[in-house]
Design a protein around this ligand. Sequence first.
Ligand code: ARG
Length: 420
Amino acid sequence: MSKKSGHVVLAYSGGLDTSVAIPWIKEHYGARVTALLVNVGQVGELGDALERARANGADRAIALDAREEFATSYLIPAIQANALYQGIYPLSTALARPLIVSRLVSAARELGADAVAHGCTGKGNDQVRFDVGVRTLAGDLRIIAPVREWNMNRPDEMEYARQHGLRIHVKPDSPYSIDENLWGRSVEGGILEDPGSAPPEEVFDWTGHPDEWPATPQDLRIGFEAGVPVSLDGVRTPPVELIHTLNTLAGRHGVGRIDHVEDRVVGIKSRETYECPAALTLLPAHRALEALVLPRELQSLKSQLEQRFAELVYGGFWFSQLREAISAFMTTTQSTVTGEVTMRLYQGTARAVARTSPFSLLAPELATYGRGSTFPEGAAEGFIHLYGLSTALSYARKPPVEPSTAGESPRAPSAIPQPT
Ligand code: ARG
């Protein structure tokens, strides 16, 4: 393929990789470069990042505020799907990628660009999410991935930046790769690569030092309407503000720290730490409300699809028909997920301690151990007779256990139970 390209739109973060990518793309592809900074709630000075992009040779530098779309169209579906990859990681980085891809592709179309670029390495998940996303939404666009192509390490990039007189904004001695957005903060690299070492305090930023976590718990009421978080302590709050506030409030109590060895798409295991205070408060709150209002069978199937949803998002298949169909299922399940959950924030944990809903399926007159129960206890015996019959029958008919059969203890013969 020719090395020439006309106009490249680069997904620009303001970090070292995408800063170095600007002059590198111009040199290697002879292309005009538009730096596109998609604001998904990352902390930091975006205006300064744009200035630096221009100073470093971008023909154009644009910032787009996508926080509301991120919260509404990506995070709320993830909350409704109780999305945790491998049961642990709330997919903060992964959920932002398809949104960045869609903004990147739209910008490329508007500007008449023939290529898009990203700063992902060749061994991570993000390259997969970017490339699968771009190929799905705009199969004709060329994808340029400088970091994957150039074979530079961090010191090489610093040297390249020095030689080209680039304005960069990185701590030269920080060994960590950090990604941030409204849903969380991911940190990997340096000493974290050794899963046998505890993460040093310096990797954490959104959760204070454990010595400063308040000694008394704080209760916080979260209101949901049809599976969407809508209020904090009774005050209606739009999604971006609600998540932002929870990051601060729960972060102050140390909620949201995750230390995980995860399985990447490309087949390797890697250790990463996360700080996701809002996610680790909202997800258990939402789940606690669902436990009150969803029928048992629905919860059971939903939890299987939740796992599939998380795997699809992690694996870069946000735009797949399967992910969309699962999301449609999730939305249908949420019609009664309305009510309030009290979360207790204390010393690194957020626990549901109370929940109320007009759609509660907990019927006190059936469940009570006190007076006035209407539960038909007389029906229990007959129910249990049939309920356990197939297990009892197969046990009674099983051949006796040979002493050599591994793992099975000898058992006395049994008979098919009779109704009492
Ligand atoms: N492992 C996470 C994921 O694949 C985060 C990746 C980005 N991490 C980082 N520190 N830059 O979604």
